[in-house]
Design a protein around this ligand. Structure first.
Ligand SMILES: Cc1cc2nc3c(=O)[nH]c(=O)nc-3n(C[C@H](O)[C@H](O)[C@H](O)COP(=O)(O)O)c2cc1C
Length: 437
């Protein structure tokens, strides 16, 4: 079982920042992130992950986010941790491929091969208005650009063969120019000559992670991703996603084991069920339903939900069709699917989403949490989890102290790191060195 710690705010519950179990350090203090990464490393997690949304949401009065920019933060983590993998989001829509390829190659060198890139096309409408004022790029266009972007960055990482650097002091040759080749990419969105101005990263390429779950997103993942983050409110949809993506991977000439699927999981753990429930209730009591309403509106591209009463059962007709959504399409599919199935009131739905924004939330004892994780992995819903503690560090500490030993006792989780790279932790092969030019 693979475990990634998703570090966000003071925890993934909307109200975590106010909870007594969350850290008192300012969210701009790098010690906060370093301490969490070191805890996850001591517990032998595969990796940590930092998200990024390229804009300030309009709810800052009520909720914080991760303020530190993720790529520079990984630089700090790379020198303060030793073994754990380090993954950050960067956008294909709002960055240039040459710069991104250098930043991630550079981080892979600095960390000695522990870097992963979470490839996003950026769904949030705010991002568009911060980059050139062109507004939001449509869902289809974002993925089309991303496809070309991937060809460029892969070409750049492969522009140096593994053995291109000779560093031959006596012979007076630093590098073999036959082993460093141009990219000469000319496409509709990018023109990049290359080569990269840096030797090949230790992992060949950083681990490619992806988190889009729409049909287009899944096809993109099947072609490029080596690990996939995904959000589900129920095990049934997680299983269907798992089966679907693993079979799509075959269509692109890859093996199912080449892509690891890591659904988000936010456990609220108590020594008894009642204690876990109390903790969950405490968190929910600190939330503001109007913030939940605004956040849901953002997911649906700004759709107005202000007229919906809080305590009447919802139906799918209360929501716009996710297929027409240019923002967070797959997450809106998860939300509408849940409404169709469960008919919650708006208040109930918002409480569900406040837990972890549409990821799976579970309240229970350590044994129940371990049972659930074991079931998901054994029944083909997951290869591991993107752990999203509702409160940081409190619920991470409890997970590490109480659940990790149970997973180990059941032979489900490692007892030592075997390798030194993120590829090795995840059991992924290293892309072959390109041949000489
Ligand atoms: C665990 C997880 C983390 C994500 N992190 C980011 C992120 O950091 N930045 C971002 O813009 N989108 C992020 N997303 C959103 C997806 O990348 C994707 O844009 C979104 O699901 C909409 O695309 P889709 O309609 O293809 O699913 C994340 C999704 C998941 C499940």
């Amino acid at each position: 079982m693979h475990l990634n710690l998703f570090i966000q705010s003071r925890g993934h519950h909307e109200a975590s920042w106010r909870h007594p179990g969350s850290s008192r350090l300012p969210l701009t203090d790098i010690r906060y992130t370093i301490e969490l990464a070191r805890k996850a490393e001591a517990a032998l997690f595969d990796s940590i992950f930092l998200a990024d949304v390229l804009g300030l949401w309009n709810d800052v009065e009520k909720t914080p986010f991760n303020w530190l920019e993720p790529i520079t933060t990984l630089g700090a983590l790379a020198t303060t941790t030793e073994r754990i993998g380090l993954i950050a989001t960067a956008s294909t829509t709002y960055t240039e491929p040459y710069n991104l390829a250098r930043q991630f190659a550079s981080l892979d060198h600095i960390s000695n091969g522990r870097i992963g890139w979470n490839i996003v096309t950026t769904w949030s409408p705010q991002a568009g208005s911060n980059f050139g004022g062109i507004g939001q790029v449509s869902h289809a266009d974002r993925y089309e650009r991303a496809e070309e972007y991937m060809a460029v960055v892969k070409g750049l990482w492969d522009s140096w063969a593994d053995d291109a650097v000779l560093d031959d002091r006596e012979g007076g040759r630093y590098a073999d120019p036959k082993r460093v080749k141009r990219v000469d990419h000319v496409g509709p969105h990018y023109q990049v000559a290359g080569p990269l101005n840096m030797p090949r990263p230790p992992q060949g390429r950083p681990v490619l992670v992806q988190a889009g779950s729409s049909d287009t997103g899944k096809r993109f993942a099947a072609r490029h991703a080596e690990a996939v983050f995904t959000a589900h409110l129920e095990m049934a949809t997680a299983k269907a996603f798992y089966a679907d993506l693993k079979s799509l991977v075959g269509e692109y000439g890859r093996q199912p084991k080449d892509v690891l699927i890591l659904p988000g999981f936010s456990p609220i753990i108590g020594s008894t069920e009642a204690e876990a429930k109390r903790y969950g209730d405490e968190l929910n009591a600190l939330t503001d339903v109007e913030i939940g309403r605004q956040r849901m509106s953002l997911r649906f591209g700004g759709h107005d939900f202000s007229h919906l009463p809080l305590d009447t059962p919802l139906s799918a007709d209360d929501f716009p069709d996710p297929r027409d959504n240019d923002a967070s399409r797959s997450r809106t599919e998860v939300i509408v699917g849940f409404v169709r199935q469960e008919r919650p009131t708006l208040r109930q739905l918002l409480a569900k989403l406040a837990g972890a924004r549409g990821h799976f939330v579970f309240e229970g004892t350590p044994e129940q949490v371990a049972d659930l994780m074991e079931d998901w992995v054994r029944d083909g819903a997951a290869d591991g989890f993107n752990l999203m503690p509702p409160v940081l560090p409190d619920m991470l500490d409890v997970f590490i102290a109480e659940v990790v030993p149970l997973l180990r006792r059941r032979g489900l989780f490692r007892t030592s790191y075997e390798g030194r790279t993120l590829r090795s932790h995840l059991g992924l092969s290293r892309p072959a060195s390109p041949p000489a030019a």
